[in-house]
Ligand binder design. Structure first.
Ligand SMILES: C[C@@]1(CC(=O)O)c2cc3[nH]c(cc4nc(cc5[nH]c(cc(n2)[C@H]1CCC(=O)O)[C@@](C)(CC(=O)O)[C@@H]5CCC(=O)O)C(CC(=O)O)=C4CCC(=O)O)c(CCC(=O)O)c3CC(=O)O
Ligand SMILES: NC(=O)C1=CN([C@@H]2O[C@H](COP(=O)(O)OP(=O)(O)OC[C@H]3O[C@@H](n4cnc5c(N)ncnc54)[C@H](O)[C@@H]3O)[C@@H](O)[C@H]2O)C=CC1
Length: 160
């Protein structure tokens, strides 16, 4: 099985993260470059998330009502059963879910991203070797920073 890479339009789309610990913070650090429309449902919140005052935090345990307006969901609690429940509910609601402690049962995984101006590169190993994905992304970033991959200004559809 191979994952399909797509670029998602996040205008008017809220991202839901269930759980507010280390992994949730790590996810927010990746997501905030693209959107600040993020809601977190969890009884406790990591200090690094609290300092981001734009995050909408609902201080409670997860229940399926939380998925009502959701489209993209991260199941990021430290309870395997809760994460699995989020995944089952998300599939009923037809929203896409990432399960942090069991990625293969979810709908999507997070790639390693390099973004410069309008260009975005997202590298994935399909969950098989995250360190290789990070290395490829870093190598691509190095090439771009050394001017070996060029952006042609003035023609928005062409690169060399
Ligand atoms: C399946 C997936 C999660 C999903 O999305 O469901 C997953 C799973 C796992 N990650 C693990 C470890 C680490 N992950 C990172 C960092 C990142 N991990 C990301 C993605 C993904 N990680 C998805 C697959 C991506 C793909 O397809 O390749 C990145 C690219 C994007 C993001 O998370 O936002 C982000 C780069 C951030 C950046 O630099 O931009 C670091 C730190 C680092 O490397 O810098 C460590 C070392 C921590 C340490 O060493 O303590 C382990 C433990 C096993 C192991 O250590 O190998 C597992 C579980 C497993 O592999 O089974
Ligand atoms: N995919 C990945 O990259 C990685 C995944 N993990 C896994 O991710 C999971 C979470 O790890 P951490 O964030 O470090 O845990 P953590 O303990 O820092 O955070 C857990 C969070 O879940 C919340 N929570 C607990 N029960 C809840 C419920 N019923 N409803 C809503 N929120 C609830 C807690 O309040 C807390 O905010 C662990 O199972 C860990 O094994 C860990 C490292 C990397």
């Amino acid at each position: 099985m191979k994952y399909l890479p797509i670029n998602i339009n996040l205008t008017n789309t809220e991202i839901l993260i269930v759980g507010g610990g280390n992994v949730a913070l790590h996810k927010v650090e990746g997501l905030e470059r693209f959107t600040q429309n993020i809601r977190v449902v969890s009884p406790e919140l990591h200090a690094g998330l609290k300092e981001r005052e734009w995050i909408k935090w609902e201080q409670k345990n997860y229940d399926c009502e939380d998925l009502k307006d959701a489209f993209l969901v991260f199941a990021a609690t430290n309870h395997r059963q809760v994460n699995e429940q989020v995944r089952n509910d998300a599939q009923k609601h037809r929203c896409l879910v990432n399960v942090v402690d069991n990625p293969s049962i979810g709908d999507f995984i997070s790639p390693a991203i390099y973004s410069e101006g309008d260009m975005i590169v997202a590298v994935s190993s399909g969950g098989k070797n995250v360190h290789a994905a990070v290395k490829w992304r870093n190598d691509i970033r190095d090439l771009a920073e050394r001017g070996l991959i060029k952006w042609i200004p003035g023609n928005k559809d062409k690169t060399l």
